[in-house]
Write a protein that binds this ligand. Structure first.
Ligand code: F6P
Length: 472
């Protein structure tokens, strides 16, 4: 029987070291939920990094054994690989380039070599498990070379690839010294998926401009194979958020927060620490709101959660300092004895508390400079069980292609963002309900399970198509 192998840089389980012991916790990400129904079935397996540097072989064996019991196979990274592959090429070269922050990108040959070596390491780990008829689904920018590496070794396998971040204009891609290798790496797949048609178009144009390979209707004709390319906007586990939002625990948390905030109205902002998320710009826009509309002082608070991430990369450490400084300055200028303009948390929250904040917030600010999709926008919508609340959404988040009933803004325009916050705070309840109901219908229908099924069905179809063409 053939099996499905999921491959991503991180496993759906986080292994953490606390004092002398190791803990195993499910990763919060939506991907783990969406694919949970696949990798735990039959003989399927998920291959990835358990998220920590492991010092001894005994520890490696112990972790591998624990993960094996839950259908996972770990790829261990050395300290040098974490520095050069993860923090280096993945997050200091590809991440800024693909998010249009080319000024932050570094181009280090050593980082590139580590990227090739780690993709090979993942390839070996998959080859140990994969038979010729298996289906392999590779995820994201850390593993762009893997589809072609696998294709070389297992020509008959069905290989899918999904990119979770934006694919930028080919003008950005062409700056990369290793652009051709990266594109060829992706083309090893049978099906390549993106969140939006815009990203897909950029990819096809990069393939044509840089590799000289034409495409027609989302089919790339390489000299040896046809590769299908399509858009699959990712969703969330809608029911999980809806049910959690209706739970007594979430309602109790909401009540507690409401009392602690003395009934101030809440604008909510939740992100991983990242310069792509527009956190500093959002703080400046909130300051502008307080300047332009003094009537909101002591009436509205910004609750801002920033989840620590990649803090060994210099730009992330600098951003953390900038946020600390901005929050301190704005709070010092506007706070009163009984009111804080910004409640800032630098840590992650458990699901019930997160959902309680979604319930509490009248407005959610999802205003990234660039974002592949942004699932926070969808989580906010699913948690609004009373159909009230307003989403302010950046036109440069993939989610804006679907959620046209949000207030769509340009995140670099602080004035527009301040006005959008004001408009959201005065929006009549009837209009809020109309917009929220429309967005809920869409997010409920295209949830993460529908996304997985759509991709897997299309991947199976792409293989049938290849086989039919081969026999014609
Ligand atoms: O958005 C891309 C992504 O890789 C997500 O899949 C992941 O949740 C997030 O970035 C954080 O990535 P990491 O902590 O693995 O660097």
């Amino acid at each position: 029987m053939s099996r499905t192998i999921i491959v991503s840089n991180r496993l759906p389980t986080k292994v953490q070291r606390t004092d002398d012991s190791l803990t195993f916790q499910p990763s919060e990400g939506g991907l783990a939920t969406g694919l949970g129904s696949i990798y735990r079935e039959d003989d399927n397996v998920w291959v990835g990094w358990p998220g920590l540097f492991v010092e001894t072989t005994e520890e490696e064996e112990y972790i591998a054994e624990q993960l094996r019991a839950d259908s996972m196979a770990p790829v261990f990274l050395t300290e040098a690989e974490i520095r050069d592959f993860y923090e280096g090429f993945s997050n200091s070269t590809l991440w800024p380039t693909f998010h249009y922050f080319a000024q932050y990108a570094t181009y280090e040959q050593e980082h590139w070599e580590a990227y090739v070596a780690v993709n090979e390491k993942f390839c070996q780990a998959v080859l140990e498990l994969a038979g010729p008829d298996d289906t392999i689904w590779v995820h994201d920018y850390q593993l762009l070379l893997l589809p072609e590496m696998l294709r070389q070794q297992r020509p008959e396998c069905t290989i899918g690839f999904f990119l979770h971040i934006p694919f930028p204009s080919h003008e950005l891609i062409r700056v990369l010294p290793w652009r051709a290798e990266l594109l060829r790496g992706m083309l090893g797949a049978d099906l390549i998926g993106f969140h939006t048609f815009g990203y897909m178009r950029h990819f096809l144009s990069a393939v044509s401009q840089i590799l000289g390979i034409p495409s027609l209707n989302g089919q790339v004709e390489t000299p040896t194979r046809t590769v299908l390319v399509d858009a699959f906007p990712m969703g969330i586990d809608y029911k999980r958020y809806e049910q959690t939002a209706s739970s007594e625990t979430a309602q109790q948390h909401e009540q507690d927060y409401r009392e602690a905030l003395r009934e101030a109205r809440v604008i909510l902002s939740i992100d991983r620490l990242d310069y792509t998320k527009g956190i500093a710009q959002r703080l400046r826009a909130f300051e502008l709101l307080l300047q332009r509309y003094p009537e909101w002082r002591e009436q509205v608070s910004l609750v801002m959660l920033v989840v620590p991430s990649r803090d060994q990369v210099p730009q992330y450490a600098a951003l953390k300092e900038e946020i600390d400084e901005l929050v301190g300055r704005i709070n010092a200028q506007y706070r009163t004895i009984s009111w804080n303009p910004i409640h800032y948390f630098y840590r992650s929250f458990p699901l019930e508390e997160l959902v309680a904040l979604y319930r509490l917030a009248e407005v959610a600010l999802v205003t990234p400079m660039r974002d592949g999709m942004n699932l926070v926008a969808k989580e906010f919508i699913a948690s609004k069980v009373d159909q009230r609340g307003v989403l302010i959404l950046s036109e440069r988040a993939g989610a804006a292609r679907e959620l046209s009933d949000a207030i769509i803004i340009n995140p670099t325009d602080a004035g527009q963002l301040a006005e959008a916050m004001h408009d959201a705070l005065v929006m009549p309840e009837e209009e809020q309900t109309q917009r929220m109901t429309a967005m809920q219908a869409l997010v409920r229908q295209y949830d993460v399970f529908a996304w997985t099924k759509l991709f897997m069905d299309r991947l199976a179809y792409s293989k049938i198509k290849q086989l039919t063409m081969a026999t014609e």
